[in-house]
Design a protein around this ligand. Structure first.
Ligand SMILES: N[C@@H](CCC[C@H](N)C(=O)O)C(=O)O
Length: 283
């Protein structure tokens, strides 16, 4: 089968975006993996699928597949690419769209200057719902947060656990460029205390409104930026008393901005979305 796609990125977190409204899409797990494969396919951190919504109160359905072929709940940088895609393809002329995801409805907005801000979900902070199994662990209280001890590769670390629809474990490090992201990221990702695995964030606090962040993503490895990872890190930093909203998040691939008014409020994520090229692949 032939499949038309658009290659996009948001701060270097790259995507294959597929219009499944105007073309049939019934792929095997192997075909999903080929789309994400940088040697045998197109290559991307995530594959994003644009579909018709199931509910009458939404404009689109947005499905997300990690590079490893697994379908996941949420992707923050992808949601900005999604808006640019549906706008450029003429699939909508709305500036504010309601999008169904596996993790609930998000509301991205295209501003007059071309910037895209996404109202993400309200962060989930109850460990069991992240999900994280804290049974038998002694949490360490810091500000309004509780930090949980992990020992990837025998090295003791304290993490905040946050769900932005997808699970995140965020630790504060002194120097993110020297943090052991490739070594301990995969160990945290598959720590058995996270039954759905987890995205592992490493955050360096530069000031109350500025952090540097690297994320070892579940199902994709370290990416150049992670939108939900940025949201989770800022939520954790604010709850720990280290940050004040809004916060600039410097990732290796670009700059994001995150605003959060506190418990019970949704997180707002802003940043770039870029179209790289259009293509067609025979699968
Ligand atoms: N890059 C994304 C997150 C994609 C999903 C993640 N790897 C997971 O498995 O939860 C973002 O920008 O949020």
């Amino acid at each position: 089968m032939k499949l038309k796609f658009t290659k996009m990125h948001g701060a270097g977190n790259d995507f294959v975006v597929i219009d499944a409204i105007n073309q049939d899409l019934a792929l095997t797990p192997e075909q999903w993996r080929r789309l994400g494969d940088r040697r045998f396919g197109v290559g991307a951190d995530q594959i994003l699928v644009v579909q018709k919504p199931e509910g009458a109160d939404c404009d689109f359905r947005y499905r997300i597949f990690n590079q490893d072929g697994g379908e996941v709940e949420q992707c923050g940088n992808g949601s900005r690419a999604f808006v640019k895609f549906v706008t450029e393809k003429g699939l909508t002329d709305k500036r504010s769209i309601r999008v169904e995801t596996m993790a609930g409805v998000i509301t991205p907005r295209l501003e007059d200057d071309g910037a895209i801000t996404v109202e993400m979900s309200v962060p989930v902070l109850e460990p069991a719902l992240v999900p994280f199994d804290s049974a038998g662990l002694a949490g360490v209280a810091e500000g309004r947060d509780t930090l949980w001890p992990l020992a990837p590769g025998g090295q003791a670390v304290l993490v905040s656990v946050v769900s932005m629809g997808n699970p995140h474990a965020v630790q504060v490090v002194a120097d993110v460029e020297r943090a052991p992201v490739p070594e301990t990221g995969p160990l945290i990702e598959s720590d058995p205390r996270f039954p759905k695995r987890v995205n592992a964030g490493f955050m360096q606090v530069l000031g109350r409104g500025h952090v540097k962040l690297r994320v070892f993503e579940r199902g994709a490895g370290e990416t150049l930026a992670c939108g939900t990872g940025a949201c989770a890190a800022v939520v954790a930093g604010i709850r720990r008393g280290l940050l004040d909203s809004p916060v600039r998040v410097s990732a290796r691939g670009g700059e994001l901005s995150v605003a959060w008014a506190g418990e019970g409020a949704p997180v707002f994520l802003s940043g770039p979305a870029v179209t790289v090229y259009e293509g067609e692949i025979t699968l």
